[in-house]
Design a protein. Structure first.
Length: 531
């Protein structure tokens, strides 16, 4: 129910609250280099641009962007801004391959926007294959305030179905390629969209091609990710494995099936040498998940260690009560360490009830590596995070990928310990405050390349981020979350990367559920949301 839009800021400064006393950057963490100087992932030449052409911004899935965001507090009425109704979940606006335009990707349609001159004007839209495009009236119904959970569920189920969670199984893993084709997942199908007339974008967009993965592999029930290799092939993740598809969507070139008992619920990352990183979950509670590197080489998917492939178990946990999917990681794997950086890692949070941040050696295991998990040298380190919450906290878990910049990492807690659940994860998100209390808790960590271990830089137990994918501005050194407070309602909050102090707020208020994050992602010039 949310559409990202361009916002003009005025500069100001308002301190909010400092980090917790026990875990700040006064805890022995060495001085941190400016984020503007850290190595960034190599741009993929087959994507529309080096940034915002894929769900987590780049092929390494870091959720980091270079643009500055000014300090201050800003009050915004989203209904007074340009936008477009779609959803119920609008994941993000993708960079088009043409300057001044963006693709809007959502769970019921694909749209195209003109963004020059500070505008955000929809030029056209096309529905997802075999899906009914929601009307503005239906989406307004979804975003209204309700007195109780049954009223909310009964209001939205007529057009989202008996199980509203299934309504977000499409439009959430997307990319735009160098030729300005936009790709999106639709159940088990990958669909490609194009401009009807590239010379006149105002004529709109249309569905160009589609391919149904389940026609090529057995066991496919839903797609959970799509990335582009650095030689121009689509890697499509489904619940039971991977397929390689040509960009024209004519056929599946190769496939890989997960070991029995494993299931994918998140997307994947790819490096510049076409190493593909996927983290699957056990399909039983407290079972071990599996982190893997599979290599696309010579037209085949290789699991051969001589090609650089590997696999490593990690800890699973119990089935979470809300927001998070599955018993393993809630993270799309994030790559850390690029160029001449000393350590090359891939990072996730695990499935333990009080989660750990886990770093795996991405390539060869270094000679100075310490075996922090007995019998598993592939894990570089695993550290339990607290998010500043008490030791008695039952659940600390996340459905979001780990935000990474340099050797810094950022995680959020999405689970309210002992909280109410509606029985449907999307309804849970829509009901958060005032119907369900919003979970809280954030933690910033740093990888120590000398000691090969994680260190906590700061925590914030008072800030909420229930289901928005966070992001970080490397030039402003601020990390952004979308949460709720009783005092101000929904807002985008920017926190100092090195201290945790609040430096930026965009306050929407408490007028509508249209401001809820709903598994979407925050960006820079598009870091606020409207219906």
């Amino acid at each position: 129910m949310k559409q990202l839009f361009k916002l003009l800021f005025a500069a100001a400064f308002l301190p909010f609250v400092s980090c917790s006393d026990d875990e700040s950057n006064g805890n022995g963490v060495t001085a941190l280099p400016p984020l503007s100087e850290v190595n960034m992932p190599r741009p993929n030449p087959y994507l529309a641009s080096g940034l915002y052409s894929i769900t987590h911004f780049n092929s390494a899935q870091t959720d980091a962007f270079p643009y500055p965001v000014p300090e201050g507090t800003f009050h915004v009425d989203p209904y007074s801004c340009e936008g477009g109704w779609s959803g119920p979940v609008n994941l993000m606006t993708l960079s088009a391959a043409v300057d001044g335009y963006m693709w809007g990707m959502s769970s019921d349609r694909v749209s195209y926007y003109k963004t020059t001159g500070g505008s955000f004007r929809k030029l056209g839209e096309a529905g997802l294959p075999s899906w009914t495009v929601k009307t503005e009236e239906q989406l307004r119904t979804l975003s209204a305030n309700y007195a109780n959970i049954p009223d909310l569920h009964n209001a939205i189920s007529p057009f989202l179905g008996k199980f509203p969670m299934y309504a977000i199984s499409s439009g959430n893993y997307v990319l735009c390629d160098k030729d300005n084709y936009a790709y999106t997942n639709v159940s088990t199908t990958i669909a490609r969209y194009k401009l009807t007339d590239p010379s006149t974008p105002e004529t709109g967009i249309e569905l160009d091609r589609q391919i149904d993965v389940k026609s090529y592999v057995s066991g496919a029930t839903v797609l959970v990710g799509v990335v582009m290799t650095f030689d121009g092939y689509l890697v499509v993740a489904y619940n039971q494995g991977l397929v390689i598809v040509d960009r024209a969507l004519t056929h599946v070139i190769d496939s890989y099936s997960l070991p029995e008992g494993q299931v994918l619920t998140n997307s994947i990352a790819v490096d510049e040498n076409n190493g593909i990183y996927l983290a699957s979950n056990s399909n039983i509670e407290n079972g071990k998940g599996l982190m893997q590197k599979i290599v696309w080489k010579n037209g085949k998917l290789s699991v051969d260690p001589s090609d650089g492939a590997w696999q490593s178990e990690y800890d699973g946990g119990p089935n979470p009560p809300s927001v998070k999917l599955g018993c393993g990681t809630g993270s799309t794997p994030t790559l850390m360490g690029f160029g001449d950086d000393e350590d090359k890692l891939v990072v996730i949070t695990d499935g333990a009830q009080r989660m750990k941040i886990v770093a795996f050696w991405r390539d060869d295991i270094p000679a100075d590596a310490k075996e922090t998990v007995p019998g598993n040298p592939r894990i570089a380190d695993a550290r339990e995070v607290t998010c500043g919450l008490p030791a008695s906290t039952e659940w600390i878990q996340s459905e979001q990928s780990v935000v990474c910049a340099g050797y810094g990492a950022f995680v959020v807690n999405n689970i309210l310990s002992g909280g109410v659940t509606t029985g449907d994860k999307v309804v849970d998100v829509l009901a958060m405050d005032p119907l369900i209390q919003t979970p809280s808790g954030l933690e910033r960590l740093q990888w120590d390349t000398t000691e090969n271990r994680w260190q906590t830089v700061w925590t914030r137990a008072d800030v909420s981020s229930p289901s928005m994918i966070p992001s970080v501005s490397t030039s402003s050194e601020m990390v952004f979350v979308n949460g709720y407070s009783k005092a101000d309602g929904w807002e985008v909050t920017g926190l100092d990367w090195n201290t945790g102090v609040t430096r930026h707020r965009v306050i929407f208020g408490d007028t509508s559920r249209a401001h809820t994050p709903s598994y979407s992602i925050s960006k820079t010039e598009t870091c606020c949301s409207i219906p």
